[in-house]
Design a protein around this ligand. Structure first.
Ligand code: FES
Length: 148
């Protein structure tokens, strides 16, 4: 039995040792806002916050996050910064296919909670998740909007 705290709720789950956190979130808990992209920690589609740090959940064993606080896209608007990020995403019409965007929003929220007024270089550094539609300019514009 593994205990994990997601969006301020503790869950006891049956997970094989080494099961990636992403599997637990999606397949056991049924929270499908966090996406599976590459499965090898490269694309960032699976980004969640672990104690506020953006983390690729496809590459992290679920037992490694016992005792830590995980935030997923389902709860991001409960946070004032996360809500501003989502609003800026809508205003700037960032998504095209949309598949990577929950991970992008998580990364942007973590950035702005750590650095309320990021420079363009800070944004470029922090927003390393991939987007096959190439929405990078819109992502940067939305992050700048959410920072104001
Ligand atoms: Fe986790 Fe790509 S699915 S980084």
């Amino acid at each position: 039995m593994t205990r994990i705290t997601i969006n301020d709720t503790e869950h006891e789950i049956e997970a094989d040792e080494g099961m990636p956190l992403l599997w637990a979130i999606r397949d056991i808990l049924g929270m499908t806002g966090t996406k599976y992209g590459c499965g090898i920690g490269m694309c960032g589609a699976c980004t969640v916050l672990v104690d506020g740090v953006p983390t690729r959940s496809c590459s992290l064993p679920v037992e490694a996050v016992e005792g830590q606080s995980i935030t997923t896209i389902e709860a991001i608007e409960e946070d004032a910064v996360g809500r501003r990020v989502v609003e800026a995403w809508v205003t700037n019409q960032v998504p095209q296919c949309g598949y990577c965007q929950s991970g992008q929003v998580m990364a942007a929220t973590a950035l702005l909670k750590d650095n309320a007024a990021p420079s363009d270089a800070d944004i470029a550094d922090a927003m390393s998740n991939l987007c096959r539609c190439g929405t990078y300019n819109a992502i940067a514009a939305a992050v700048r909007d959410a920072a104001q």
